[in-house]
Design a protein around this ligand. Sequence first.
Ligand SMILES: [Zn+2]
Length: 373
Amino acid sequence: MRRYFTFLLLVSICFMAKAGNIDDKLPIRGFAIEAPSHRGVDQFLRFINQDLAPAKVNLLILRVDWNFAYKTHPELSDENPLTQDDVDKLVAACKEHGIRLVPQVNLLGHQSWAKQTHALLREYPQFDETPSIKTEDYTKWPNPYGLYCKSYCPLHPDVHKVVFDVVDEICDAFQADAFHAGMDEVFYIGMDECPRCHGKDRSELFAGEVTTIHDHLASKGRELMIWGDRLLDGRTTGLGEWEASYNDTWRAIDMIPKDILICDWHYERADLSAVYFAMKGLPVATCGYRDPDLSVQQVKDMIQFRSQTTRETKGYLRGYIHTIWSSAGGFLRGYYGDYGNRPPRPDQPRRPDTSIQSAKSVLTFFKQLAEEE
Ligand SMILES: [Zn+2]
């Protein structure tokens, strides 16, 4: 009998220890940033080893886009891109610290920025959803064409051949079991001038493209991650047309596979929309950015949601991913206060970049969580 009670006591202690475990409080502790440049790899390795690993970050999403020496489509690679050797170093560092490394290439939207058309539509202009709109004409937002970023046409018969070559190659290069497809801020979808998409339901078009990418990855045992904004109704929620959708794509939330990680970004307020995704049965991570207090609040909210819900819903509320939207090199120079021999110009004093402080605050908070165990 005494042995039985001792056993029960041990079970309870184990259970209590587990309940306080950082992986239970916040299973995903992520960081999403542009991939380093070829020259910036060593500095980025320092960041992984000295900052991300001690903070118990366990997911690193790197926006690679065309910054890789693609063998399947060399015409799409940037100048002086990351090599396989560079990527091998990043993979090794992440493996050593138990960090899941996930490459990102922006699919569907974000195929241009201001006056610059990115590689896919530059090399394959036939994939352009709005060929009549010229990026060279971009002035500023708003503009008469509604041009923010270009999209590819999800119904072009040849687009996935090229896109999936790239997706497969970058996932192989990163030895990745997941891929982040971006898919945020897609303003051009189902446009009148597109002979294939014209008149079609935009939620169905968006969900169709998400599902096509999901199914391709799933056939190779890989998981899909996307930003969540197109799945939120911007008008009803008041979230607007950037962090949510004004262009009738939000009904896609009920049309996509349920094993896609939704990265639910909000940078102005600590919105509670993660709960909405979770209650739809979609795994979700809240994403913050440049406000230190808000970002830490978003982490705390996720921990709170998980502690106050059913076992089922808790399973969908996966964690928090901190995002950085400057270049990796610029961010790390600020992070380490390392501007080399380039002092600030007297007429342009360096303004404090709150995204650096915000990243430091979140990493410190993760560390504290781990120490509470
Ligand atoms: Zn189209």
